[in-house]
Write a protein that binds this ligand. Structure first.
Ligand code: SF4
Ligand code: SF4
Length: 276
């Protein structure tokens, strides 16, 4: 149900990465910048994790710069980590890598079904990514260099798209993306978004009781709604969606809702307030 809309959103944002520099080449500047920081008709919108890094590296907390994160923060408060599940260009490539991994496993005799395998349970995964964020932010403050911006996957990808469109080349930073994707393909599927990405970690922090989240209409709260647990098998973040829709790892991607058969074929998972 949600899949075609999610794919349309992901590909639209992916194309936007190339569309912005193309428009600028044609001297149309209504929209400029990359996914580190973008300017739409004079309105600056920045990745909160990139701003956090820049401020710690510069040792200055400038209110005008903070305004650039107002809309991303508001968006996160309302819709959760939807940037990750529905828009991030890295995530759509990671989806492709997970699909390719499934095909390769199928060809060498394993199952090509979605993997339930995850590295570290959700609690340890969150501890890992927030430890990484804290260490990186401390390093930025000590060294005066926004170190985590050098591993900001959506920012790197959109900067590389700009370099490609303008100069028909890519930079050394693309090597980082290639290595991460190779590790996901061969060893640790989805490890970057689950365990390290600073953008996803910062966006996850803006939560409130009213934030959009997945809930189960089952009369067995905390237990699987059905025996098969198709939702858990579909979740790329390694969550049990019937009880962990509110986990900081959840990207509101809605894969679990699409996969849910519930009891007697009636889906029980849905976004809170939008259930049947
Ligand atoms: S965790 Fe990072 S790389 Fe993954 S989808 Fe979110 S922003 Fe993109
Ligand atoms: S719990 Fe559902 S919405 Fe959240 S990440 Fe997992 S599959 Fe996506």
């Amino acid at each position: 149900m949600f899949r075609p809309y999610r794919r349309a959103s992901q590909f639209a944002v992916f194309l936007l990465m190339f569309g912005i520099p193309l428009l600028n080449l044609w001297e149309i500047y209504a929209i400029t910048g990359t996914f580190y920081a973008i300017n739409i008709g004079g309105l600056g919108i920045a990745d909160p994790s990139a701003i956090l890094q820049s401020m710690f590296a510069a040792g200055q907390f400038a209110p005008p710069i903070l305004f650039s994160v107002f809309f991303p923060v508001l968006f996160a408060f309302l819709f959760g980590r939807v940037w990750c599940g529905w828009m991030c260009p890295y995530h759509v490539i990671s989806d492709g890598v997970a699909w390719a991994r499934g095909k390769v496993r199928g060809m060498i005799g394993g199952s090509s079904e979605p993997e339930t395998w995850v590295f570290l349970d959700p609690f340890k995964a969150n501890v890992t990514r927030y430890s990484f964020l804290l260490l990186g932010t401390a390093a930025a403050g000590i060294m005066g260099i926004p170190v985590l911006n050098y591993v900001n996957a959506p920012g790197i990808l959109s900067a590389e798209a700009m370099i490609l469109v303008r100069n028909l080349t890519i930079s050394i930073e693309m090597g980082f993306i290639a290595i991460v994707l190779l590790v996901e393909l061969l060893f640790l599927p989805r490890f970057w978004c689950r365990l390290f990405c600073p953008t996803g970690a910062v966006v996850s922090l803006f939560r409130a009781p009213f934030t959009l989240r997945v809930v189960s209409a089952s009369n067995k709260p905390g237990s699987p709604c059905c025996k098969e647990e198709q939702c858990s098998a579909a979740c790329p973040m390694g969550l049990a969606p019937y009880r962990e829709g509110g986990n900081l790892l959840c990207t509101n991607c809605a894969r679990c809702i699409d996969a849910c058969r519930g009891e007697k074929g009636a889906g029980l998972l849905g976004f809170r307030g939008f259930q049947d």
